[in-house]
Design a protein around this ligand. Sequence first.
Ligand code: PLP
Length: 359
Amino acid sequence: MEFEVQPTETPVEAQARAEVLAAPAFGRVFTDHMVSARWTREQGWHDARLVPYAPLQVDPASVVLHYGQEVFEGLKAYRQPDGGVAMFRPDRNARRLNLSCRRLALPELPEEDFVAACELLVRTDAAWVPDGEGASLYLRPFMFADEVGLGVRPSESARFLVIASPAGNYFSGPLRPVSLWLSQEYARAAPGGTGAAKTGGNYAASLVAQQEAIENGCDQVVFLDAVERRWVEELGGMNLFLVLDDGTLVTPSLTGSILEGITRDSVITLARELGHAVEERKVDVDEWRKGATDGRVVEVFACGTAAVITPVGALRWPGGEAVAGDGQPGPVTTRLRNALLDLQYGRSADTHGWVRRVL
Ligand SMILES: *Cc1c(COP(=O)(O)O)cnc(C)c1O
């Protein structure tokens, strides 16, 4: 894919940009540019451009607005110690986008085009990459069906875009454990459904459960499997790990209804290198509840690109609560979080080939 570059004539002024970068809120302000490409059944991918960030013109009868045929990705660009910029494992996002596309009957995008689109945007808007601990430029590649018509069938045309937003820490303030609400009524994903695809519909379906979590004084919701309501799956947008008293890490296996997090995969690799056994298997919610009480489960953490590794404090359900360890960020959680951040911010050697320098 060749990108035609059309830079903005009215970039945000340096002073205004500096103010945003000093205290970025998640996903509120976007950089000067975006990447855009079009697909039609007849022409394939074409019309690839870097253009000024601007609203889109979308026909009211576009398929995505009615039937939700859409997928997205999330990755970050990090300021490096020498002032350069690097992305973390963008090839994995490229691969996952295509997995999602296959499930949502959207066209696949060549992996090298996905990475090139992200790189072009980061390079062009490199002045928007914040420095400072925990800060980064969050990239949001996404694809949606834009054929006009209300007939229910896969769209014959689609658009792919990448936008970017400077980000601070996902959960504001100093690192503190999040509390989780165990949803009784709602499921995020079911066997045969779209749980393994990164698609907006999964998020739409999680919102009332998330609302319920907030009403019950919790930060996030944790979903159980849809069939037995017994096996721990994940949060609305993060994967979960338990740390056992012998140092073993346990995370729910990828059953088809869980999103395969790239952070999850990185944590598994790093934990094994640090000498931990890692088990990917079914996790009974009672293993968590009982284990938190009897001392078998000593730490719990959630992980994902946006929030990196976030310690979990209390797990709550109607009439009950379980807290692993002392409810504070535990040593294993903290060590893994630092190991991951050190790689992303270029403070430790990239022995896995995960870091892709852009500048
Ligand atoms: C994106 C996402 C994750 C985390 O994936 P990362 O690649 O680690 O950012 C976990 N669960 C869901 C449902 C997601 O959409």
